[in-house]
Design a protein around this ligand. Structure first.
Ligand code: CMX
Length: 140
């Protein structure tokens, strides 16, 4: 279904999975996908080490905390490892932010911030999206 551009979510860009330890998780997902990750990147501003796997158009991002203050460390302490967020590609992130703010969603930053894999990103608070953290991302 085509979204009502420029405000809609276009497609799932990736699914983020919070892991306690990166190396065993990389080994597990390398076995599952039959291929190693295509990218590893630390985003210090978000407190995350990220590792990306690709199958066709689908991407999985493993996320490990860089330190105890990381949102990933807090997430794992509270809920355990597992699916952390769903990231959706959008065409115009600023337009989406204005639109969703007007619709009553809580944006976790007032402007897009740098994300992994050459994206600018923003999160919607999970309390507004029925318990799932939503990331909007646009290619830089
Ligand atoms: N998915 C679903 N619910 C989540 C969640 C997540 N990823 N993270 C937190 N929550 C829930 C908590 O369980 C809690 O629920 P209850 O009130 O029912 O207990 C509630 O949200 C508040 O959680 P909290 O532990 O008190 O944490 P904070 O309010 O301090 O922060 C959040 C929560 C989502 C605002 C924060 O984690 C955040 O800003 N996240 C966005 C940034 C981020 O996650 N960056 C890492 C990824 C970076 C990347 O992909 O590049």
């Amino acid at each position: 279904m085509d979204s009502n551009l420029p405000f809609g979510l276009e497609k799932i860009e990736h699914i983020g999975i919070a892991v306690s330890e990166l190396e065993p998780a990389i080994a597990t997902y390398t076995t599952l996908f039959g291929a190693p990750p295509y990218k590893q990147e630390t985003v210090a501003s978000q407190g995350v080490h990220t590792v990306f796997f690709k199958m066709g158009e689908s991407k999985i991002e493993l996320l490990a905390a860089t330190d105890a203050q990381s949102p990933i460390a807090k997430f794992i302490a509270k809920r355990g490892p597992g699916i952390h967020h769903i990231a959706y590609a959008v065409k115009d992130i600023e337009a989406c932010m204005s639109h969703f703010k007007e619709k009553g969603f809580t944006l976790l930053s007032s402007a897009p911030v740098p994300g992994a894999d050459a994206k600018k990103i923003v999160f919607l608070h999970p309390k507004d999206t029925h318990g799932t953290l939503v990331e909007l991302c646009e290619d830089v």
